[in-house]
Design a protein around this ligand. Structure first.
Ligand code: SF4
Length: 189
């Protein structure tokens, strides 16, 4: 029996490559928890694309899906005082921590062996920071963290190819209102 792995997913596009790799090796479940996404319509659209990918792609055939209720106030409370931080700064670190901590809690409650995240597939996100948070939470919740840097070995390129193949929605900003305001400077997906 393969180890039970809970994969936090930020969106269908990033998850596509990661699932295609991990589903071969683990009893894989996707956990969609992203209260950072704004507005709600954007959140719902990204979520429905995540579900559509899992329901249609053959490499997702044994993958299970879980999510949590959307509550954007959780995110706003988490980044209170950090709104003006630049992309990739402290606001993002706290945003990663919030999402990974809920993932760890869900993993613990539901008897997963390990947890990890799709976030490291993005060339715009610092995988060292993400892995350090994951390790810290693994210790706190007595779980194992799967170290990753999914952008390596053309992982990001593969995710864009799969997005094309499955006609996935490719957003042009990371997710929160602060990233949306800066979207003319940076393209995320
Ligand atoms: S830019 Fe992305 S990672 Fe950073 S705080 Fe906003 S949603 Fe979170």
């Amino acid at each position: 029996m393969n180890n039970k792995l809970l994969l936090h997913s930020c969106c269908a596009v990033c998850s596509s490559h990661v699932i295609s790799v991990l589903a071969q090796e683990y009893d894989l479940s996707v956990f969609y928890y992203n209260p950072n996404i704004w507005p709600r319509e954007e959140y719902e659209h990204r979520k429905s694309e995540q579900i559509r990918l899992i329901n249609t792609a053959p490499f997702c055939s044994n993958v299970k899906y879980f999510d949590e209720e959307y509550d954007h106030s959780e995110y706003l409370a988490c980044v209170n005082g950090l709104e003006k931080e630049p992309e990739g700064g402290l606001r993002c670190t706290e945003c990663f921590r919030m999402r990974l901590e809920r993932t760890a809690q869900f993993a613990k409650k539901n008897n997963f062996d390990l947890f990890c995240t799709t976030l490291t597939v993005s060339p715009h996100k610092n995988s060292e920071i993400i892995n350090a948070i994951g390790e810290e939470l693994a210790e706190k919740y007595d779980l194992s963290w799967l170290y990753s840097n999914f952008k390596k070995k053309d992982g990001y390129l593969h995710s864009t190819q799969l997005a094309k193949e499955y006609d996935l929605y490719r957003q042009d900003f990371c997710g929160c209102e602060f990233a949306w305001r800066g979207r003319t400077q940076t393209t995320f997906m």
